[in-house]
Design a protein around this ligand. Structure first.
Ligand code: UD1
Length: 343
């Protein structure tokens, strides 16, 4: 029998890509989103890629009664929880908003999952490692005190899941993402930041598209080979496939421990400057950029040791940074064409 996965935040950047991969792997997917931070572009794109309409529920995961009713309506084998706020700076200015939304929604998911025997996959972040003492980081590397309420919610939700698994006999996996970038090869779904992008790749593509005048590279005096920060940029489709492996591991009862954590990265450090140069080369264009002051709160360098995921999930990133940067640009061009058509 087909298994059903609930994807909270399924209309967002990561959720939409995960929905496509799960569906293509043979899962039934229910998308639930309150559309507070996106429009229906990615939902429509998902349906276009799959050639059918997927069930969509407009709910706010902070509404406990609505979450409980959703779990009653469908027989859900596993839930993947993406529905959360994700802007680091905003979380510093509005901590209560972040704590209420990101913690409240996950508590409701945990409660409903406990009542229905549902497996839980939590979308965590490499931000839990803070400034690591050494890179690459393994899942055993110590978590550092969070530097933002956003980062704090990731750590706290991991702990909520760990404790619930222990107390209630549930199964849970936390995936710690490094820097997800790029878009689906169809260019029908991708990242849709509201306002000025905080993250590097959307800023790069918007600068190339002429929506932004100039990219600022934050800091070129770091103790790294070219002076710019090092990150582990993971292709969004590769990252989405890790969720299929993790969900299957839970559903097929193949876990070694009832609560497991996996890094989802490539293991390859790439500097900001290398990324910019690769973007220019693969897309055959020149990007307007300048070096600027360091951005407060940035870590110098962090990248994954992804070997645990390879060993246990049978998952490995396969796409090159060049392929991923080509997909990011194809998506930006798709958005420009859409905007022209809508005029
Ligand atoms: C941040 C968050 C991370 C979150 C991720 C979402 C922290 C410390 N970081 O990661 O938790 O999961 O976003 O994708 O909480 N850069 C520029 N110019 C720009 C934008 C960025 O030079 O206009 C540089 C940054 O200084 C950094 C690199 O690009 O070195 C990547 O930045 P960004 O895309 O914002 O991701 P992170 O800060 O690594």
């Amino acid at each position: 029998m087909k298994k059903t996965v609930l994807v909270s935040g399924g209309a967002g950047f990561i959720g939409s890509h995960v929905t496509v991969e799960l569906s293509q792997a043979g899962y039934d997917v229910v998308i639930a989103d309150n559309m507070s931070n996106c429009d229906d572009t990615n939902y429509k794109g998902v349906c276009a890629i799959l050639g059918r309409k997927l069930p969509f529920e407009n709910i706010d995961f902070c509404d406990a009664a609505a979450v409980s009713a959703l779990f009653d309506k469908y027989t859900i084998d596993a839930v993947i929880h993406f529905a959360a706020y994700k802007a680091v700076g905003e979380s510093v200015a509005e901590p209560l908003m972040y704590y209420k939304n990101n913690l409240g929604s996950f508590l409701n998911v945990l409660e409903a999952s406990k009542n229905h025997g549902t497996h839980v996959l939590f979308s965590s972040s490499a931000t839990v490692y803070g400034e690591p003492e050494k890179a690459p980081v393994t899942e055993e590397s110590p978590r550092q005190p969070a530097t933002s309420p956003y980062g704090n919610t990731k750590q706290m939700c991991e702990d909520f899941l760990r404790d619930c698994v222990k107390a209630y006999g549930m199964h849970g996996i936390a995936l710690r993402y490094f820097n997800p970038i790029g878009a689906h090869p169809s260019a029908l779904i991708g990242e849709l930041p509201r306002g000025v992008p905080n993250n590097l790749v959307p800023f790069i593509t918007q600068t190339a598209a002429g929506k932004r005048e100039c990219l600022s590279i934050f800091g070129n005096d770091y103790p790294t080979p070219d002076g710019t920060c090092l990150r582990d940029y993971i292709d969004i489709t590769d990252l989405a496939k890790a969720h299929v492996c993790a969900v299957t591991r839970m559903i097929e009862n193949r876990m070694d421990e009832p609560y497991e954590i996996f890094n989802v990265g490539t293991g390859r450090p790439v500097s900001v400057l290398e990324l910019v140069n690769a973007f220019e080369k693969v897309n055959n264009l020149k990007l307007n950029y300048r070096f600027a002051a360091r951005r407060p709160g940035d870590v110098v360098g962090i990248w994954a040791d992804p070997s645990l995921a390879e060993r246990k999930l049978g998952w490995k990133a396969v796409r090159t940074v060049e392929e991923t940067l080509a997909s990011a640009w194809a998506w930006e061009k798709h958005l420009m064409e859409q905007a022209l058509q809508d005029k």
